[in-house]
Design a protein around this ligand. Structure first.
Ligand code: NAD
Length: 369
């Protein structure tokens, strides 16, 4: 399919290709939908096998951001950027500053942040050239590392799921099995332990396992291949996507699936199977939106308390999605999509697209160090 045809079928407003020979930059920015506000989404750096693969990824990811922002109640649209290159060899100050100038040229229709293989340091270089960037270090007025905030949102999603399953929000005495104790999984383990839950965990990295042993000696390590079938109340996928697939779904011995990983269901039909098996599924893009909510606060001047208050709303939002699923007799993942689509459609009638005018800049975006 040609690019414009793909954009048409997926509903993208704008896709921009950038290159700068002087520093080796090759990047694509996809703006999916700006009905609710400027398109926000991180910049991923990856050695894509082909330009077509990079385009596919940026189209899919930017569309996902539209749904995440909409269902989270944020006044943001969905966008994403990919830089084609080897993050180990091709990163430089010049490359990220050049990329920052291209973002500036979009006049606020797209706002970036960190993503896979981009760090706070890279964000600093982008920030030198444009204010349309979030996830800036706290010492420069930004919100810093999003992982603890993402974990807080996941924790609220787990609380909502436990409420639905057992009639009480308390996690005391519940067992949660975490797949992947990296940045988010480890923070989630902290919150669950404080709440009195028992932890089982797995990881493929020795470093993660060692950190867990030191910080949570009472938590039980499970082999990666056995995490799906371990007895637990909640299975929390916090590693990679597609954790729930044809091989794993029938091994599950949990009452709830709720975690941080993006695209946990390999296919939408796995959400239907979970429902048939009586397993509650908390939609990934809703309960992992804490990081997005956190960076969105940067526009009005970031504060930890404001961010936490906003993230706490994930509890009620998750319960609202469960209710729609029940009332409409659909899977929870479909119910989250419906909630997002309804919100966008209702606002579309008021305002067609975000125009990116300078007076749309919110206070706090004029930060410079
Ligand atoms: P991370 O790379 O810090 O941690 C992932 C962990 O999973 C690593 O420790 C890795 O060793 C482990 N892992 C990978 N494959 C595994 C496997 N097969 N079995 C067991 N462990 C495995 O990443 P993160 O920032 O903690 O993000 C975790 C997930 O949450 C990702 O899917 C990410 O896209 C999603 N997410 C993260 C954020 C955020 O704020 N960091 C926000 C939204 C969504």
């Amino acid at each position: 399919m040609l690019t414009l045809e793909k954009m048409y079928s997926m509903g993208h407003e704008e896709v921009v290709f950038f290159q700068d020979k002087s520093c080796g930059l090759k990047a694509i920015i996809a703006i999916h939908d700006t009905t609710l506000g400027p398109a926000l989404g991180g910049t991923r750096m990856w050695q894509y096998a082909s330009e077509a693969d990079a385009l596919e990824d940026v189209l899919r990811l930017s569309r996902g951001m539209t749904y995440k922002a909409a269902v989270s109640g944020l006044n943001l649209g969905g966008g994403k950027a990919v830089i084609i290159g080897d993050p180990k060899k091709d990163k430089s100050e010049a490359l990220f500053r050049s990329f920052g100038r291209f973002i500036e040229s979009l006049n606020g229709r797209y706002i970036t942040a960190e993503d896979v293989n981009t760090s706070v340091d890279d964000i600093e270089h982008i920030f030198t050239e444009t204010n349309y960037v979030t996830g800036v270090a706290q010492q420069y007025g930004g919100s810093g590392n999003p992982a603890p905030y993402t974990a807080l949102g996941v924790f609220r999603g787990i609380e909502a799921s436990v409420t639905k399953a057992f009639g009480s929000r308390s996690l005391k005495g519940r067992t949660v099995a975490i797949q992947g104790v990296g940045s988010v999984g480890f923070e989630l383990a902290k919150l669950l332990t404080e709440a009195g839950a028992a932890i089982k965990y797995t990881d493929i990295s020795e470093r993660g396992i060692q950190m867990m042993k030191e910080s949570f000696p009472g938590a039980k390590f499970i082999q990666p291949s056995e995490i799906f079938s371990t007895d637990c109340d909640v299975y929390a996928p916090c590693a990679l996507g597609a954790s729930i697939n044809d091989d794993t779904i029938h091994q599950l011995r949990c009452k709830i699936v709720a975690g941080a990983a993006n695209n946990q269901l390999k296919e939408d039909r796995h959400g239907v199977i979970l429902r048939e098996k009586g397993i509650i599924y908390a939609p990934d893009y809703l309960i992992n939106a804490g990081g997005l909510m956190n960076v969105s606060i940067e526009f009005e001047g970031w504060a930890d308390s404001k961010s936490r208050r906003m993230i706490d709303t994930i509890y009620d939002k998750t319960l609202a999605v469960f209710k729609i699923a029940e009332e409409e007799n659909i899977s929870v993942n479909r119910a989250a999509d419906v909630m997002a689509e309804k919100r966008i459609e209702s606002i579309k009638s008021l305002k067609h697209t975000y125009l990116g005018k300078v007076d749309h800049r919110m206070p706090g975006q004029k930060r410079r160090f």
